[in-house]
Write a protein that binds this ligand. Structure first.
Ligand code: SF4
Length: 510
């Protein structure tokens, strides 16, 4: 099968994710440049390029959520937001929706404190008030869109207060395209800080002490069983899994730096990878998913680290034997489209294809990078349409084009598919929150996908049940079905046009 072209062109997204979300990304970008933030914007443009596709602004949640989540998941780390109250409300809500059991700090502002520079003083006061070394290893301050555009200079915060590290970052929606890449912004800032600490003196060992074997650090938030599975894959090669970045506590950053290599399991950690390459650590792309993935990944690890060929072969044989059995026992049947914004979409796609699925489309809001290029090639060579920096419109067009038996996607894609009685699964909650690597990955994914495809009859029943309840502004329970009155709308449009013409004439002094 040949890869198909999804017939969707780049479209202006009106609500250019406000702030980004309401003021317009260009306006805020221009303001940020005027406020001396050009360097930050250039760095983000290089790290998180948006030229490859139309997805050059948030179409999902606020990107800053990625940084906030990384901070909130760390023990003994406090996270503070500086931004508009509406943004902070949304971010706090989302954090607690996803189970943050921590308060989100907030330094509010108004026009006056923003333009006079008082906001920065308020942030500094808040950081001083919070910096208690009994409770905290670090405080993270995140500038959202408006303070970033206004150039609130977090870099001028003290580097540490009473032994508590202070980390200030700008995460504007007009510079960081997805919440996935915003995780990279904070992970890299922490890694940079920890690297300086290592350079200047002894640091804390990991909680359980240093590993006896050389370790590989893993990049990406993944299901807790995955690092354990990867560790088992590596054992015959005399290697072990080290820290998983973003880390859960500060001292794990040192363990990550102590690794002999880093595996970019999630491929969008561009700035964090730079911190590793800066100290000479090799970077391994893709991930051990499916038969081909495990085989190629173990070979890459062996080659990059100069492991004896017989040890690598032993690791591959052990892993592949078990996986062949898992994959060979049962096969998936059905046409699938897949999309998401977590950055692990291509790995899931590979696994689906190896499980036998007829996968037609995979869209990711994340960019193509050197660490997912083999995944892109692998999928394309099997006829899958791969869309990096995919827009929501492209993801929905794929559902329309391929009429799948199962649509895996983000909330609006799933909603669109369900309205057409197509079984669907949320990528974030139901797919990315399960093991993917090694033997465990194949079994677990197969189970959830098969049971979702098997739900077609229930979707048909629901469609039949709801047929006739109306759509759009005619949906709901009515005594009489509402009648469309296009003549009213036309009259309103005529009046609005007349008013616009009158105003224009007045402006021109006619
Ligand atoms: S901080 Fe997030 S929610 Fe607020 S304006 Fe920027 S992109 Fe939108």
């Amino acid at each position: 099968m040949n890869a198909r072209i999804i017939p969707i062109q780049s479209q202006p997204i009106e609500a250019v994710a406000a702030g980004a979300c309401s003021a317009g990304a260009d306006t805020l970008r221009a303001a940020a440049e005027a406020a001396g933030q050009s360097e930050m914007l250039q760095r983000y443009a290089a790290d998180y390029p948006t030229t490859a596709g139309p997805h050059d602004q948030p179409q999902s949640m606020c990107p800053a959520f990625g940084s906030l989540r990384v901070g909130l998941r760390m023990r003994r780390v406090a996270t503070m937001l500086s931004g508009s109250a509406c943004c902070v409300y949304g971010l706090t809500f989302t954090s607690h929706f996803y189970g943050a059991r921590r308060s989100v700090g907030y330094v509010p502002f108004n026009s006056e404190t923003l333009v006079t520079g008082k906001l920065f003083e308020d942030i500094r006061d808040a950081v001083h008030a919070q910096a208690n070394p009994q409770d905290l290893d670090a405080i993270v301050v995140i500038n959202l869109c408006v303070p970033s555009a206004s150039g609130v200079p977090l870099r001028l915060l003290p580097r540490e207060i009473n032994g508590v590290r202070i980390i200030g970052i700008d995460v504007p929606g007009f510079g960081v395209p997805t919440h996935a890449e915003a995780k990279d912004v904070l992970a890299a800032a922490m890694m940079r800080y920890a690297k300086e600490e290592v350079r200047t003196g002894p640091v804390q060992a990991p909680k359980g002490g240093r590993h006896d074997l050389p370790t590989i650090a893993l990049l990406g938030e993944m299901f807790p069983a995955d690092p354990v599975g990867i560790d088992q894959l590596l054992a015959p090669m005399g290697l072990a899994v080290g820290a998983v970045v973003p880390t859960r506590e500060w001292r794990e950053l040192y363990a990550a730096l102590d690794s002999v290599a880093v595996a970019a399991i999630h491929p969008f950690y561009t700035a964090t990878v730079r911190e590793f390459t800066d100290i000479g650590r090799p970077v391994i792309g893709s991930a051990p998913v499916g038969l081909d993935g495990v085989q190629d990944w173990l070979k890459s690890v062996g080659d990059r680290l100069g492991i004896a060929a017989d040890k690598t072969a032993q690791a591959r044989n052990l892993a592949l034997g078990a996986m062949r059995q898992a994959l060979g026992d049962q096969r998936l049947e059905g046409r699938i489209t897949l999309s998401g914004y977590e950055g692990s979409e291509l790995l899931v796609a590979r696994l689906l294809v190896e499980c036998g699925a007829d996968l037609r489309y995979v869209g990711s809001a994340c960019p193509a990078t050197p660490w997912n290029s083999t995944d892109i090639d692998w999928l394309q060579s099997r006829g899958v349409h791969v869309q990096m920096r995919a827009s929501l419109e492209q993801d929905i067009a794929a559902v329309e084009e391929f009429k799948p038996h199962l649509a895996i996607g983000t909330t609006p894609v799933v909603q669109h598919a369900k309205q057409q009685a197509i079984p669907s699964l949320y990528f974030t909650n139901l797919i990315s929150a399960r093991p993917l690597m090694g033997v465990a990955g194949a079994g677990s994914l197969m189970q959830v996908v098969r049971s979702a495809i098997g739900n077609q009859a229930r979707f048909n029943t629901m469609r039949d049940f709801f047929t006739g309840v109306g759509q759009g502004d005619q949906s709901g329970v009515w005594q009489d079905v509402p009648q469309a009155r296009p003549e009213f709308r036309a009259e309103n449009a005529r009046q609005a046009e007349r008013q616009r013409a009158r105003r224009k004439a007045e402006e021109m002094g006619v």
